[in-house]
Each structure stands twice: as C-alpha cells, then as structure tokens.
Design a protein around this ligand. Sequence first.
Ligand SMILES: Cc1cc2nc3c(=O)[nH]c(=O)nc-3n(C[C@H](O)[C@H](O)[C@H](O)COP(=O)(O)OP(=O)(O)OC[C@H]3O[C@@H](n4cnc5c(N)ncnc54)[C@H](O)[C@@H]3O)c2cc1C
Length: 477
Amino acid sequence: MDGVEGNRIGERVDAAAWGAFSSDFRGRLIEIGDPEYEQARRIWNGMIDKHPALIAECRGTADVAAAVNLAREQHLEVAVRSGGHNVAGTSVCDGGIVIDLSAMRGVWVDPQHRRVRAQGGATLGDVDREAQAFGLATPLGAVSVTGIAGLTLNGGLGHLRRQFGLSCDNLTAMEIVTADGRIRTASPEENSDLFWALQGGGGNFGVVTAFEYRLHEVGPELFGLFVWHAADADASPMKRFREWAATAPREASVLAFYGFIPAIEEFPEEQWGQPCYALLGSYNGAPEEAERVFGPLREFARPVADFSGVHRYTELQTLLEADYPKGLHYYWKAVYLDDLTDPVLEFIARRGAASPSKLTTLDVWQLGGALSEVPREATAFWHRDKPYMLTFEANWEDPAESEANLTWVRESVAELRSMEGASGGYGNFPGLGEDPAQALYGDNHERLVAVKDRYDPDNLFHLNQNIMPAGGKRSIA
Ligand SMILES: Cc1cc2nc3c(=O)[nH]c(=O)nc-3n(C[C@H](O)[C@H](O)[C@H](O)COP(=O)(O)OP(=O)(O)OC[C@H]3O[C@@H](n4cnc5c(N)ncnc54)[C@H](O)[C@@H]3O)c2cc1C
C-alpha cells in the first residue's frame, strides 16, 4: 500500500457530497483497505499496478451518472472500466475513481429486427452466446473474455471483419452518460455528431452504458483455420498467405503470425521453441467451400500441426483464451501496411527472431472487404484503406524482463514506421498510449476535437487515446 496513504475517498471529497453519493449508489463501493480492494484494482495486464481511491462498481446507468457527477464536482481523476482488457491499462488510475461497468452485462436480442442490445460491461462472450441462440452474431473481436466497450469504441477487428466490417460499423445506437452527467442517446437520428465520434473515437466522450448492434446470420458452426508451419529462410508461409489474400473471398479472414512453437503436447517435442508461422482464420459459409478456400494455406507444405476444422462459432471465439491469462505482462502496438512487401517479410523474420520472449508474436491482420468500403469520413475510424495491419504482441512472465520487451517493441515499431507504406496506429493495441491521437484518427482528428469541445470541454475523460479539447484542459496522465 506504499504511497497511497491519505487516498481514502472520504478524505478526498466533500463529506456531504460523499454521504449523498454513497447512500444512493446501488452497486458496490470498494475503497483502499476494503478486503475486496486488492483483487478489484487489478486488471488483465500484470504490468499495470495502480491504486485508485474508489472503485464504483455500478449496477445500472443511474449509478454511472452519479459516479460521473461525483467525479466532475469533486475534481477526481476518472478511469472507466468495462472488460478491463485494454493493454494500456487506462481502465484504472492512481488516486481517483474507477467507474466500473463490469457488473453491467445484460444482453437482449431482437431476432425479428436483427438487433442486439448489450450493457456496457458485457464481454464478447456474453453477446455471442445470446445472439448465437438465434443463429446470429455481430462482428466482435476474437477472444471472448474481452470487453465489447473498449473494442467497439476503438473500432473492433474480428473473424467477421471482411464480411460485415468493424464492430463500430455495426452500431445502430448507444446510451451514454456524458461529462455533464446527462444520459443521452447517440444514433444516426439523435446526437448524430456523438454517434459518429463514438464509432472509433475511443472513450473520449463519456461512459457508454449500452450498445445496440446490427446482427447477421453466422454459423452456428463454421470452419476455423489454424495451421502451423515451420519458419523457413524464405518465409514461404507468409508469401503463400500474401498470394492467397490477393483474391480471397470476403467470407474468409486470416491472421498470419510469426511466433514460436509452444512447449505443449499438441506439438512435436523436437519443434518446441522453434520459430514458426501460423495462419488463423475462419470462413463464414459451407464447410466444404471453406476446405477449398483454405486449401492453398494448408497443403503447400507439411505443417508442424494443423488444428483446422469445423467449430461452433462460440468455440472459435474461445480458442485463444488460454494464451492470454490475466496477470502476465503485455505490451502491444500496431502499424498499418500498404502492402506485405518482401522487405516487410524480411523485417518480420528478423525482428521476430530477436524477440526477448518466446511467448511473443508478430501478427499480420488481413483487412479489406467490408471494412474498407465505408468512406473514411463516415465514422471516426480512419485507417480503412489499408490491406494489412502488423501488430507486435510482446507477452512475458518475469517483470525483470519488462524493459527488454518494451524496448524490443518500441525499436521494432520505429523501424517499421521508417519503411515505405507503414503508418498509423490502432486504439485497441495502443502500447502504453504513447502515440499522438492524430496517428489514430488522421484527417478525422479535427472533427473529433469539435465533438470533444461540445461534450467534454474539460477533458474529464482523458485516460484514453486522448483527443484534447481545443481549450487544452488536463494533460494526458
Ligand atoms: C486477449 C485479448 C485479445 C484481443 N483481441 C482483439 C481482437 O481480436 N480484435 C481487436 O480489435 N482487439 C482485440 N483486443 C484488444 C481489445 O479489444 C482492447 O483491449 C479493448 O480495449 C478491450 O476492451 P475492454 O472493454 O476490455 O477495455 P477496458 O480496459 O475496460 O477499457 C479500455 C478503455 O476503453 C474506454 N472504455 C471502456 N469502457 C467504456 C465505456 N463503457 N464507455 C466509454 N469508454 C469506455 C476507456 O477509455 C478505457 O480506458 C484484444 C485484447 C486482449 C487482451
């Protein structure tokens, strides 16, 4: 508890305001010294070690509005937590209040109108499970325990991205508590400027208490690709992937990564720890067609292992869960690519081999399809015209290795950005939030500043990829 004495909330705020707030609040209020505090302040990324004065675990929108009002009136630092999985750890803060939506996970499906409404703290798994009960889904990310809120507000890339677009492209409406404590609807009809900004502009504009999405027919069974090839000197699995991607149907999305063969019995022991290229993806259509479509990625060489096959969609969404346990150390950053050139492939192999951790991967996300057909100005999400995104996912166990891993990612990103056709960044893989907002929002940044000025001119919500209001209040923590 070093360095946090004197941070109990009652000592930080006006007694009458605290009394009124705490007697009305319906959820749990967790303070320093409470038995639940240690567990409640921890988030997924073990690198993040912060001590908020209060965790306000909300039961509903009224609790969220009360917490926003308390924070604004009492000048408290504010962090907003939904799934708690953002790598930058912005869902927790030192000394202030965490507005925690993780207990708000209700999901309602309207199959007739093909809509799903979910509370802000829902996980991907919560939404997928309910929607799949009707044979439907909305495009979310690829790991079911992560939150829909952070994912959607920063874009949202998953298995269905090339067929149905980003998560934020499928939004039809949201309920949001803005910095003034008002509960508003954001939709194409109501507060349309806010709706536009929330489609990719991150957590800058308030606390979203409910998301409503369009649904599509998906599965319930579909073919998942997961094939592992040895890393040869010629990077041939990546070259085969590049060739395949040029004509791939949009029902298929693939992520190709450089990594190391895990030391587990599913892989031949003599291969453990060896560098490899793996191809992970899915095809939303007939399994026989999927076998044909993915054939070139599986059959060109004898793979080290091939776990491809037909899965329930909800199973596919849990396939990677065990690879990212809570409490490990994580530092992830992303750069978009105009092309997967030979110099980029050489770079991936070289930087991959130099990684300080064998849990680390370098992931090439195939983009294009539906997400690239939305005009860049139509939503806040800017980088739609890029066919690939390369992410550096540094994962390690020992805190003593943090410096080496951070340095490896930062040097890799700097080198890649100096190469032709590499640019930008993605709000869901933000490192520790070092990149300026312009790197994410491109020419949409100015319009986002105008929306920020309107709904959060004092920058109450600034623990995010911050869009500074024109008045420039508060600095990025
Ligand atoms: C294991 C793993 C797998 C992942 N896979 C993918 C993937 O396949 N595709 C992809 O695109 N991304 C992926 N991500 C990235 C993930 O989408 C982001 O980390 C995302 O931010 C997580 O959302 P969250 O609700 O858990 O975030 P939190 O950590 O709870 O919040 C992050 C930030 O979002 C904002 N925020 C959160 N809730 C709200 C709210 N209700 N209202 C307003 N602002 C809010 C705040 O600024 C907050 O600081 C993955 C992450 C992990 C850890």
